[in-house]
Design a protein around this ligand. Structure first.
Ligand SMILES: O=P(O)(O)OC[C@H]1O[C@H](O[C@H]2O[C@H](CO)[C@@H](O)[C@H](O)[C@H]2O)[C@H](O)[C@@H](O)[C@@H]1O
Length: 384
C-alpha cells in the first residue's frame, strides 16, 4: 500500500477546506474515504459537508469543491512539485521511487506478467483516454495514432480485447475503428460485442448487447441540457453527452473559476437525486446511481466470453484514472488478473503495475504480441 501521508487525499482536501473555512476540527467529522468507494464521490455526503461548510460562508464550500477537483487531477497538482531538483534527489524523487517499488513498471516486469499467464487465456481490457490516446484539451480531438491502432489490432488478433471507456460507445468506437473489439462505453453501461467475431473467441461466448441503465436515458439527456445552459457563463467549461452519463470538463477553465463551475454543477444535481458524481482527469462525471461501473463491466465481459468462475483466464486491465480503479479492485478482489495504472505520478491505486504514458502502453502491447508469436521451447525443440 502507498503510504497515506504522501498522498493528497480527498479527505485531506476537504478537511483542509473545512479548516480554511474556519470549521472546528473536533466537531463530529463527516468521514470521506479515499479513493471513495467504487471511485465515487458520494454526492449526498458531499452535500452534507458542503451544507456544514455553508454555515461558515460560501468560501468553505468553494474551497472544498476546488480542492477535491485538484485532488482528482494529480498531474496538475503534483507536476510542479515533482520537478527534479537541480541539487540532487528531492523528497518527491524518494516518494516516486517508493511508489514505483510498489507499482513497478509493467515493461520491466514483463516476464513476470507473462509467466503468470502460463496455461491461461489472456483477455485484454483497455481504457481509451490517457491510455490509448494522449490527454488533449479538446475531447473531440483525442485521436489515437495509427501506430497505436495497429498495436491494438495485433493484440486483438491474439487475445479477446475490450475497450472500456467513460465515453459513449459510438464515440469511442469511432475513435478506435476496430470492428473486432468489444466496446463498453459510458463507464461500462453500454456494452456491445464485436461486429466481426475473431477466431480465438470461445465458441461458448455469447452475443452481447447490454445496457443496464437504459431507463436513465431521458434523465441524462435532461441533465445534460441543464448543465449546458447552467455552465454557459463559465469560459472554457464544456459538457459532453456520453449517452448514459454526462461529463463536465474543466481542463480549459481558469482555476480561479473552478469554484463557480462546481457550484453550477451542484445546483443542477440538486434536482437529480438519482444521479451521482464521480471524478476523472479534470472532469466531473455525472451518472446514474445504479451499482454498475467499469469493474462490473469487466466481470460481465469475462462471463460473456465464457470465463465465469474459471481459473484458466488472465484478465489484464490498463487504465489511467479513478474510474478505472473499480476494475483494478475487481481484479485484486478476485486474486486473478493484472491491473496496470498509466501514470507519471504517484497515485493511490489498486493496480499492481504501472506504465508512464500511452507510448509505454504501446510498447507493452507490442511486447505482448511478440511474446505470443515467439515459438515455445517445445516447438523449437520439435523443429530441430
Ligand atoms: O474512460 P476513459 O476512456 O478514460 O474516458 C474518461 C473521459 O475521457 C475524456 O476526457 C478526458 O480526455 C480528454 C481528451 O484527452 C481531456 O480533454 C479531458 O480533460 C479528460 O478528462 C472524455 O472526454 C470524457 O467524456 C470521458 O468520460
Amino acid at each position: 500500500m502507498v503510504k497515506q501521508n504522501v498522498m493528497v487525499t480527498e479527505e485531506m482536501a476537504i478537511t483542509a477546506a473545512a479548516a480554511a473555512a474556519g470549521k472546528v476540527a473536533n466537531s463530529s467529522p463527516t468521514h470521506f474515504s479515499f479513493p471513495p468507494p467504487r471511485g465515487t464521490v458520494n454526492f449526498a455526503n458531499f452535500k452534507k459537508i458542503l451544507t456544514q461548510l455553508e454555515l461558515n460562508g460560501s468560501s468553505g464550500r468553494i474551497n472544498a469543491w476546488v480542492d477535491s477537483m485538484k485532488a482528482s487531477s494529480p498531474t496538475q497538482t503534483r507536476s510542479s512539485s515533482l520537478l527534479v531538483s537541480p541539487v540532487g534527489a528531492s523528497h518527491d524523487d524518494e516518494e516516486y521511487d517508493n511508489w514505483m517499488k510498489q507499482h513497478p513498471s509493467a515493461l520491466e516486469m514483463f516476464d513476470e506478467i507473462t509467466a503468470a499467464s502460463n496455461g491461461k487465456q489472456i483477455v485484454m481490457f483497455l481504457d481509451y483516454d490517457g491510455t490509448l490516446s494522449p490527454i488533449v484539451d479538446d475531447p473531440d480531438r483525442a485521436f489515437m495514432s495509427e501506430n497505436m491502432r495497429s498495436a491494438v489490432r495485433e493484440v486483438a488478433r491474439r487475445f479477446p480485447t475490450a475497450i472500456v471507456s467513460g465515453r459513449c460507445r459510438d464515440k469511442v468506437s469511432s475513435f478506435v475503428q476496430l470492428a473486432e473489439l468489444y466496446y463498453a462505453g459510458s463507464h461500462g453501461m453500454d456494452i456491445e460485442g464485436p461486429a466481426k467475431q475473431p477466431k480465438h473467441i470461445k465458441a461458448k461466448a455469447k452475443a452481447v448487447l447490454f445496457q443496464p441503465a437504459s431507463e436513465f436515458l431521458p434523465m441524462i439527456d435532461a441533465v445534460y441540457k441543464a448543465l449546458v445552459t447552467k455552465t454557459e457563463s463559465t469560459p472554457g467549461a464544456r459538457v459532453e453527452n456520453n449517452k448514459f452519463c454526462a461529463s463536465v470538463h474543466y481542463r480549459c477553465v481558469d482555476e480561479k473559476k473552478w469554484g463557480a463551475l462546481a457550484e453550477q454543477v451542484r445546483s443542477v444535481l440538486e434536482d437529480y437525486p438519482k444521479l451521482r458524481l464521480t471524478q476523472g482527469r479534470k472532469v466531473l462525471e455525472i451518472r446514474p446511481t445504479i451499482k454498475w461501473d467499469k469493474g462490473k463491466a469487466l466481470e460481465f465481459l469475462l462471463e460473456s466470453l465464457g470465463f465465469a468462475d474459471c481459473n484458466d483466464v488472465l484478465p489484464i486491465y490498463i487504465g489511467d484514472d479513478r474510474t478505472d480503479e473499480d476494475a483494478f479492485k475487481v481484479l485484486r478482489d478476485r486474486g486473478q488478473g493484472i491491473g496496470i495504472l498509466v501514470s507519471k505520478f504517484p497515485k493511490e491505486t489498486s493496480a499492481s503495475y504501472s506504465l508512464r504514458e500511452p507510448a509505454e502502453v504501446m510498447d507493452f502491447l507490442h511486447r505482448l504480441v511478440d511474446w505470443k508469436c515467439r515459438p515455445s521451447l517445445k516447438e523449437r525443440a520439435r523443429s530441430v
